[in-house]
Design a protein around this ligand. Structure first.
Ligand code: FBP
Length: 540
């Protein structure tokens, strides 16, 4: 039997021209990046670091490097290629360089659980999905003793560098660790790599996090198939919840790729202060309107983070978070909730009450992937349609089907874009470490152009940091980049959505393409193309 994953392991990676140079140096580039005094106080040793660009130059000779690598947080397709790019670049710098994988996420650094990665290990996972080579975890390096233990592990292994592949919280950790090492006599440089399918780790310099491309295309493949099913059977309304945590980037991208009848964008709901009742009313109106057109079917995309944007839910979640940080029992939590929050909580279906009370992740986040917003909406929309029916205002049929797409988009074969992007990120991390750049995040730009034209940079992590309330305390964090309501991807969607609501202008992107013309296989998301295009109108 033919297995695509075996074929992919032999596939050639396109390396950006700049990274093919015999030897690379990091050159500071002028960019104004003012840190607030609050942020500076957390990073006295790192606050003067400058953005650097990788360019050909310097001498290729140099001693071997010992580097540690860790995956942190949720899986994202392409992670293994970060390791492959890092490994190959380190071996190219010196054949005796060593790459040590910390196992099971940041806990592996704290407890010094590791194994050295060799050629066979790395060859086995080239262009493969998942993080299984070294595993991952969500342990936060938080307590003073965690920092000290992490330092001890790096000293014991004589690490010149440590690469932390993670999202916003993990890269905040990378920044704090880099600062701690500098302040406490540990010469290990720390470099982060922007990972998360959620697409919310981006900034003026960081164009995209890896994994977003593959996850969006994976979900869009299934959404397209469901849209065709809806159009064929003409009897189901699919309520599709999509992963992405707080931000609605994945939902927006899937909407751009497939043209569903409705896609709720959490950030927009928040900006207009929409209540749950108003969102339900909008869905009811859509279903009723389509029914009048003889269309008792359709599809609605729901970002998993939606409830965090609905004001009454936000209030409830904030109150729950405070109480849970206090380790109150469920009974105590209920007693301490404000009247409004308690009424909402008690009005929710009991599975949802349980889901809201589930343990927070180690970074204090609600586990939105476990909250079945799609079922809640189905129940509330169904009730309203029944009332309408009783009044004779709705004569159609409502056959909802709940679906959730998330985990299947995190560990599948990386798209060619993510495979190339991750390899380049790994190579960039190696160069930053070789130049003893610490407290940086590896950054590849010009991503809407062919991979050979991509450019490589190092961005100081503190420049991404702000202070936010976490577990009831002000903490330094990398701010999540949410959907920009004045940005091109959202405007593009806004201009077309009323047409998509009734006209069934469905698109069926089909599976990710790995072979064929380069401009097709290396094509990235519409989000990225619209964000980076000079004339966004001509992108699609
Ligand atoms: P990261 O932020 O760590 O990349 O995780 C992304 C994510 O897939 C979210 O979209 C989702 O809400 C969450 O992880 C699910 O977490 P878990 O793997 O713990 O169920």
């Amino acid at each position: 039997m033919y297995f695509l994953n075996q074929e992919r392991s032999k596939a050639k990676i396109i390396v950006p021209s700049v990274l093919q140079a015999e030897s690379l140096v990091t050159k500071p580039i002028p960019r104004s990046q003012r840190l607030s005094d609050d942020v500076k106080s957390y990073f006295p040793h790192l606050s003067h670091a400058e953005v650097v660009e990788l360019a050909q130059g310097g001498k290729s000779a140099g001693g071997p490097l010992n580097v540690g690598v860790v995956f942190s947080g949720g899986q994202a397709p392409g992670g293994h290629n970060v390791i492959a790019g890092l490994f190959d670049a380190l071996k190219r710098l010196h054949k005796d360089s060593r790459l040590i994988g910390f196992l099971g996420g940041p806990a592996g650094i704290i407890n010094n659980i590791h194994r050295e990665l060799n050629h066979q290990d790395v060859d086995r996972v080239r262009n493969q999905g998942g993080f299984d080579l070294i595993g991952s975890g969500r342990t936060k390096i938080e307590k003073p003793e965690d920092f000290e233990k992490a330092k001890k592990s790096c000293l014991e292994l004589h690490l010149d560098g440590l690469v932390i592949v993670g999202g916003d919280d993990s890269n905040t950790n990378a920044a704090l660790l880099a600062e701690y090492f500098l302040a406490n006599g540990c010469s290990t440089s720390v470099v982060g790599v922007p990972k998360t399918i959620d697409g919310d780790l981006k900034s003026e310099m960081i164009e995209a996090s890896f994994g977003f491309d593959t996850a969006a295309k994976t979900f869009a493949t299934s959404i397209g198939a469901l849209l065709r099913d809806a159009l064929s059977a003409k009897k189901y309304t699919f309520f599709i919840k999509l992963m992405g945590r707080t931000a609605s980037h994945l939902t927006l991208e899937c909407a751009l790729e497939t043209h569903p009848n409705m896609a709720i964008i959490g950030e927009e709901a928040a900006a207009s202060g929409k209540t749950l009742g108003e969102i339900v009313d909008e869905i009811v109106q859509l279903v009723a309107k389509r029914s009048q057109l003889g269309k008792d079917y359709g599809a609605i995309l729901i970002p998993e983070g939606l409830i965090e944007f609905i004001p009454e839910f936000r209030e409830l979640i904030d109150e729950l978070n405070l109480q849970m940080a206090d380790e109150a029992s469920h009974e105590q939590i209920l007693e301490r909730l404000s009247h409004r929050a308690k009424s909402l909580f008690l009005a929710l279906p009991s599975p949802m009450q349980q889901q809201l009370l589930e343990e927070r992740d180690p970074h204090g986040n609600v586990q939105v992937s476990k909250i079945e917003t799609e079922r809640l909406l189905i129940e509330l929309v169904g009730r309203k349609l029944e009332e309408k029916k009783a009044r004779g205002d709705f004569k159609g049929k409502f056959a909802p089907v709940p679906l959730f797409f998330g985990y299947e988009g995190r560990s599948c074969l990386p798209s060619c874009f993510d495979a190339n992007y991750c390899y380049a990120l790994g190579m960039t991390a190696a160069s930053l470490l070789r130049e003893k750049r610490t407290g940086y995040i590896a950054c590849i730009r010009n991503l809407a152009s062919p991979p050979s034209e991509w450019q490589a940079f190092g961005v100081p992590l503190p420049s991404l940091i702000t202070l936010e309330m976490r577990k009831g305390k002000r903490k330094p964090v990398i701010k999540k980049a949410l959907v920009d309501l004045s940005g091109q991807p959202f405007l593009f969607f806004k201009e077309r959505r009323s047409h998509w609501a009734t006209e069934d202008d469905y698109h069926y992107p089909g599976p990710i393409q790995f072979y064929g013309p380069e401009e097709i296989v290396n094509e990235t998301t519409l989000t990225l193309k619209l964000e980076l295009a000079k004339e966004p109108r001509y992108v699609m």
